[in-house]
Design a protein around this ligand. Structure first.
Ligand SMILES: NC(=O)c1ccc[n+]([C@@H]2O[C@H](COP(=O)([O-])OP(=O)(O)OC[C@H]3O[C@@H](n4cnc5c(N)ncnc54)[C@H](O)[C@@H]3O)[C@@H](O)[C@H]2O)c1
Length: 135
């Protein structure tokens, strides 16, 4: 991963934080994204990444909102210079209910974040990623 830049959504805690730290330990700089309400935890993720000697740019982005992802990624790439790896990690576990007992609201919120959010993340990151090749 040396010399690469990775973006991680849902980076403030849990698996997202773990992905950020592991990527940094392997040599990647990290663009760490999460919800506005997670900014304290996101700052802690950044501290852990920086403790490995790598750089970390944090930005607020809700994966349900394509525009917030595009601008957060643009800011991250402007600072770190490139994008090589997209980790579409942000997700929720819907209400711990049996699927047939879920409310319509919980069902749609889960699909919006866990499914559409992944599509939004790849769509926002792919045009700027090194893998996309020269434009
Ligand atoms: N932890 C596990 O063992 C495990 C196992 C299998 C699947 N999962 C799934 O993987 C996902 C992450 O798991 P976790 O344990 O790290 O969860 P977590 O709740 O600890 O972390 C999820 C992160 O995603 C962020 N997030 C939530 N909605 C968001 C949105 N709309 N936009 C941007 N960020 C958002 C949260 O703020 C949080 O930082 C979840 O969907 C979970 O159900 C987890």
């Amino acid at each position: 991963m040396s010399g690469t830049v990775a973006v991680v959504t849902g980076a403030a805690r849990g698996m997202g934080r773990t992905h950020c730290v592991r990527l940094a330990e392997e040599g990647a700089d990290v663009i760490a994204l999460d919800l506005a309400g997670a900014s304290d935890d996101l700052a802690q993720t950044a501290e852990l990444v920086c403790a490995t000697g790598r750089r970390c740019v944090t930005r607020v982005a809700d994966v349900r909102d394509q525009d917030s992802l595009v601008s957060a990624l643009a800011a991250g790439v402007a600072e770190l210079g490139r994008l090589d790896v997209i980790v579409a990690n942000a997700g929720i576990y819907a209400d711990l209910a049996l699927s047939w007992e879920l409310s319509d609201e919980a069902w749609h919120r889960t699909l919006d974040i866990n499914l559409t959010g992944v599509w939004h993340t790849v769509k926002a990151g792919r045009p700027t990623s090194a893998a996309a090749g020269p434009s």
